[in-house]
Write a protein that binds this ligand. Structure first.
Ligand SMILES: NC(=O)c1ccc[n+]([C@@H]2O[C@H](COP(=O)([O-])OP(=O)(O)OC[C@H]3O[C@@H](n4cnc5c(N)ncnc54)[C@H](OP(=O)(O)O)[C@@H]3O)[C@@H](O)[C@H]2O)c1
Length: 274
């Protein structure tokens, strides 16, 4: 696709993260215009203050959404999941039927999203995308996959890393990719609390916990080893680590985290039935 326009319908946390990520890189098939749409003037002005770029335009309100969609070859849907039907009602007069729709919404299925266009890429990403170290999973409608897969990968990969998955795994990915940063933050908070309890100043404990999380993630990613293999290498017989791990197992931490993914995935699934 050449000299094309993207309309971002809902430029809040995630819409802005994806837009900023696209603007921070360059690739062939680069858009010539991105129109960032919000519902209120206040949000539009706040966005203008933090995201300025020669190819970006800003708008707000229902009529502007429709105007943006009329100009768009690619539509990024970044509103809250429950809002998508209202947004559709606002823009339906501007849909051409062959635009590519990239949805960032939790829950809403490809079939439901196809009211906008047959060409749908359903993306699940997360808040670390704001810093270029996010994760994104992408499922395509059967119509979009052959025509738009390469373009979508180019547009979404700048958030950090993007991989294609089947739609049946998207609710689980919503939990594992979208919600899990909050679960990791809870774990980090607990690590910091433990450090502080044992006398380390908060700021030092915060830096240690953040680097431990980051480094452990990199180690798993780069070695490709199962976490259990890496974990066993840290456990000196009779040492500190095995002692701490047994406390975590006694408290059921492994099951609680896995069940948190299950619960978040089930909630994501329920969104599409509303
Ligand atoms: N936050 C996360 O961690 C996360 C993670 C993964 C996926 N997601 C998904 O990302 C989506 C967006 O979440 P978010 O956290 O980015 O929400 P958010 O920060 O509240 O952003 C939603 C945006 O939609 C705009 N909006 C509302 N109605 C609109 C309309 N009719 N036309 C145009 N724009 C409209 C809002 O503008 P106003 O402020 O002007 O109303 C706001 O900028 C959700 O569907 C969620 O499932 C979020």
């Amino acid at each position: 696709m050449k000299d094309y326009t993207i309309a971002v319908l809902g430029c809040g946390v995630m819409g802005t993260a994806v837009t900023s990520a696209i603007l921070s890189t360059s690739f062939d098939e680069y858009p010539s215009k991105i129109i960032c749409c919000n519902s209120s003037e206040k949000s539009s002005n706040a966005l203008k203050a933090k995201l300025t770029h020669p190819i970006v335009e800003y708008s707000f309100g229902a009529e502007s959404n429709k105007n943006a969609v009329e100009q768009a070859d690619v539509i990024v849907l970044g509103c809250k999941p429950y809002m998508y039907k209202d947004v559709y009602e606002q823009v339906k007069g501007g849909l051409s039927g062959d635009q590519l729709l990239i949805s960032l919404l939790a829950g809403i299925t490809i079939e439901e999203l196809q009211v906008f266009s047959p060409y749908v890429a359903k993306v699940m990403t997360n808040t670390p995308a704001q810093f270029g170290c996010g994760m994104a999973t992408i499922a395509f409608s059967s119509e979009a996959e052959p025509k738009y897969e390469q373009l979508v990968m180019k547009l979404i990969s700048p958030v950090g890393k993007a991989i294609k998955i089947p739609e049946k795994n998207m609710d689980a990915a919503t939990a594992l990719v979208g919600s899990a940063p909050a679960f990791c933050l809870l774990m980090m908070e607990a690590l910091i609390d433990g450090g502080v309890r044992m006398g380390i100043p908060y700021d030092t404990a915060r830096q240690c916990a953040a680097k431990v999380m980051e480094g452990t993630g990199k180690m798993v990613d780069q070695t490709g080893d199962h976490p259990a293999v890496l974990k066993s290498k840290v456990c000196t017989p009779g040492g500190t680590t095995i002692g701490g791990l047994l406390k975590l197992e006694d408290a059921g931490v492994r099951g609680a985290i896995a069940r948190a993914i299950e619960e978040a995935a089930n909630i994501s699934k329920s969104f599409s039935k509303k």
